[in-house]
Write a protein that binds this ligand. Structure first.
Ligand SMILES: Nc1ncnc2c1ncn2[C@@H]1O[C@H](COP(=O)(O)OP(=O)(O)OP(=O)(O)O)[C@@H](O)[C@H]1O
Ligand SMILES: [Mg+2]
Length: 268
């Protein structure tokens, strides 16, 4: 719980972040122009160094974005606004927006379950969008080339929900409501090492197995996601490796599924 004196001034942050974003974006654009494949004046070393600078600019941009999102999540007045959201539609929109990234990595994105399962979820739309976007981008980043992403939406009874044993507290919390909307994003990637699983929602935490695969993440995405889920009265958990990945055609030790449950009240 944040004390009033610790609250970040959102207006100040918006301004500061805008001031930071402008020169960073300019840097990124200039670097893209210099790195244009037609520009032959660069040596390979110069090119590699400039690619590193461009990636650092991108990472800093992502980090200021996460900081702004954290500040917004702490603004209780803002978080109180609710509207009915069709969860399947929202996820489809994100899937289209992320298509360039999934295509680059030759990933197949499939749907499972009833698309109409949470057709009218009363929630804070922008927060739900950030939650799904973070899980989806992780499922892309930490997947294998040519892998699969499975999207699922379902209504689940809190008393019978199937939760992995390390999330005992989540299981208890879900018993409070009969009806939850559960969104799952499952990948066929490298998985999360068992001994690091309890740290995964921590601030700036990045697991040891991904640092060579993607050295540029900030380790804030899941921390922000968990904060937003809890602000919406929900719970988050994961399974890695995914139990069914051990079955027919699956590879042992592979794949992660993140699930988010949000209280679901039917529209009357
Ligand atoms: N789907 C996944 N498969 C494997 N590991 C994952 C997955 N999602 C998250 N992780 C692990 O959890 C860590 C934290 O994830 P998080 O999204 O918070 O940060 P990040 O992806 O490293 O950076 P960013 O803040 O840019 O999202 C990751 O660095 C990775 O080690
Ligand atoms: Mg991430």
């Amino acid at each position: 719980m944040v004390k009033p004196s610790e609250k970040i001034d959102v207006v100040f942050l918006h301004t500061a972040i805008h001031e930071l974003k402008t020169p960073l974006l300019a840097m990124k654009l200039i670097l893209e122009m210099v790195l244009d494949p037609k520009g032959e004046s660069l040596t390979q070393t110069q090119r590699d160094n400039l690619i590193d600078v461009a990636k650092s600019a991108e990472q800093t941009l992502a980090m200021v974005g996460d900081i702004l999102a954290m500040a917004k999540a702490q603004d209780d007045n803002r978080m109180r606004s609710r509207e009915f959201v069709n969860v399947h539609e929202l996820m489809e929109t994100l899937r289209n927006e992320l298509q360039t990234l999934t295509t680059q990595k030759h990933l197949t994105v499939v749907w499972e379950g009833d698309p109409m399962a949470c057709a009218a979820l009363l929630t804070h739309q922008e927060s739900l969008r950030s939650i799904v976007q973070n899980l989806f981008t992780n499922a892309i980043k930490y997947n294998r080339e040519g892998g699969t992403i499975t999207l699922r939406v379902a209504t689940v009874d809190g008393k019978t929900a199937d939760i992995p044993p390390i999330f005992k507290a989540v299981k208890q919390a879900l018993k409070k409501h009969a009806s939850w909307c559960v969104v799952t994003v499952e990948d066929s990637g490298m998985g999360i090492p068992k001994e690091e699983q309890t740290k995964i929602f921590g601030r700036f935490f990045r697991a040891s197995n991904i640092k060579t695969v993607d050295p540029y993440g900030t380790g804030l995405g899941l921390y922000l996601t968990k904060t937003l889920v809890e602000k919406l009265g929900g719970q988050i958990w994961f399974e890695s490796p995914v139990r069914r990945s051990l079955g027919e055609g699956g590879e042992e030790g592979k794949g992660t599924a993140f699930s988010v449950a949000l209280p679901y009240m039917k529209k009357t």
